[in-house]
Design a protein around this ligand. Structure first.
Ligand code: PMP
Length: 406
């Protein structure tokens, strides 16, 4: 991959050159959040210093400029996931809020006895919002099982549908196992039963090309901070015909047509779902993150990350007692592991002392941990700027920790 100049890219990320415990940082926690390039931070600085004004309905120049920056970001996001219209791109605080929006709003259509299909590998963000509906309506979660590699059982999935099925909510990519789920196939199955599908795309958008039109998903949720953008911004893509019939999620400014004490009308899409002042500065900077990724190309990023995944996996397996969770054939660059019976926290803490940032714990996927029969894992996850040399440092560090904990 001569054309993929990882060192040129790394120079854009000042955080990567810092030291931890006097060692060069190796940042392998990209699943939790990614680092941010100068270009994005520059955009934030530019907005604060030049155009900070509340968006929409402002008559003055700064407000018009800030509004234009925010709406340019909406258009860039639309193109990024190939949504048909910017009316279908709703800014939220993140994936979590996007899923809560759908559960709270679309969930008003659910009746007692309705069923929501989720998978065993869901993040809590795609479990708990559906359970919260149980305060109002007696809905039940039905769970797609997986095999020991972390591949969903599609026959079992097909058998979960019945006349009560009201929604399918599934992760595009597992944040623990790295499994890339066959969401296109799953969506077409759900649609054959007339059931809408929400895809939790939090772990997909920074690692592969996503086309919501080709997938034909009804909702797609993701976060900016996992794709080298600022924190505090996420997106809900939704099909217009569904968003139009859904009630507002929150009430307040920006989302109304006219308000009186007797009766209020609501704004058109997408503003109907964007109550209050949006995080306009970070939304504008999110566009810079996409502008950064686009010329690199998602196919090149995916190829680079796969090289790191394959190399690191094979070398880690040389370590006695190494247990890797998630061995699906279609897998993104996430490695969850345990060394023998060593506690994940001890491993993570010792790796930190060696300058290596990994995450430990249940990764907000406790039901998956129950399925695996463990309490947690150590998770190394790779991004566009990681190098083979960093993988070597990481592998050597894991070997050292394995000896210390043996
Ligand atoms: N779903 C998945 C699969 C995730 O990995 C995450 C983040 N760990 C979320 C949802 C929640 O994303 P956020 O915290 O940005 O709302």
């Amino acid at each position: 991959m001569e054309s993929y100049d990882v060192n040129r890219l790394r120079a854009d990320f000042p955080a990567l050159s810092r030291k931890v415990y006097n060692r060069q940082l190796v940042y392998l926690d990209n699943t939790a959040t990614s680092q941010t390039p100068r270009q994005v931070v520059k955009s934030i600085e530019h907005s604060y210093y030049n155009t900070k004004a509340n968006v929409h309905r402002g008559v003055h120049t700064l407000s018009q400029e800030m509004t234009a920056l925010q709406e340019a970001a909406r258009e860039r996001v639309r193109g990024w996931v190939n949504a048909p219209s910017t009316d279908e791109v709703i800014f939220t605080r993140g994936t979590t809020e996007a899923i809560n929006l759908v559960a709270a709003s679309y969930g008003t259509f659910f009746k007692d006895g309705d069923e929501i299909i989720v998978s065993v590998m869901e993040h809590h963000a795609n479990i708990v919002p559906w359970q919260l509906l149980q305060n109002r309506v007696n809905v039940k979660l039905r769970v797609i099982p997986m095999d020991d590699r972390g591949v969903l059982d599609l026959d079992a999935y097909r058998n979960l549908f019945n006349s009560h099925t009201a929604m399918v909510a599934v992760a595009h990519v597992s944040n623990v196992l790295g499994t890339v789920n066959p969401v296109a196939e799953m969506i077409s199955e759900a649609h054959s039963h007339g059931v809408p599908v929400l895809v939790d795309g939090a772990q997909a958008v920074a690692h592969q090309r996503v086309d919501v039109k080709a997938l034909d998903c009804d909702f797609y949720a993701f976060s900016s901070h996992k794709m080298y953008g600022p924190s505090g911004v996420g997106v809900l893509y939704g099909k217009r015909e569904l968003l139009e019939k859904m009630p507002p999620y929150q009430g307040g400014g920006e989302m109304i047509g006219n308000v009186s004490f007797e009766h209020t009308t609501f704004a058109e899409l997408p503003f109907k779902f964007e109550a209050g002042t949006p995080d306009f500065i970070d939304i504008a900077a999110f566009k810079s993150a996409i502008d950064y990724l686009q010329p690199i190309g998602m196919d090149a990023i995916a190829a680079h990350e796969h090289e790191l995944l394959e190399y690191t996996t094979s070398r880690l397996l040389e370590i006695p007692g190494m247990r890797i969770f998630g061995t699906a054939p279609d897998k993104d660059a996430i490695i969850s592991f345990l060394i023998g019976d060593a506690h994940h926290y001890d491993t993570g803490m010792l790796l930190d002392k060696l300058g290596i940032a990994v995450r430990t714990g249940h990764h907000c996927a406790e039901p998956l941990m129950h399925r695996l029969g463990i309490e947690g894992t150590v998770r190394a996850s790779f991004g566009l700027y990681n190098t083979i040399e960093e993988c070597d440092t990481f592998i050597a560090a894991v070997k050292r920790v394995a000896m210390m904990l043996a």
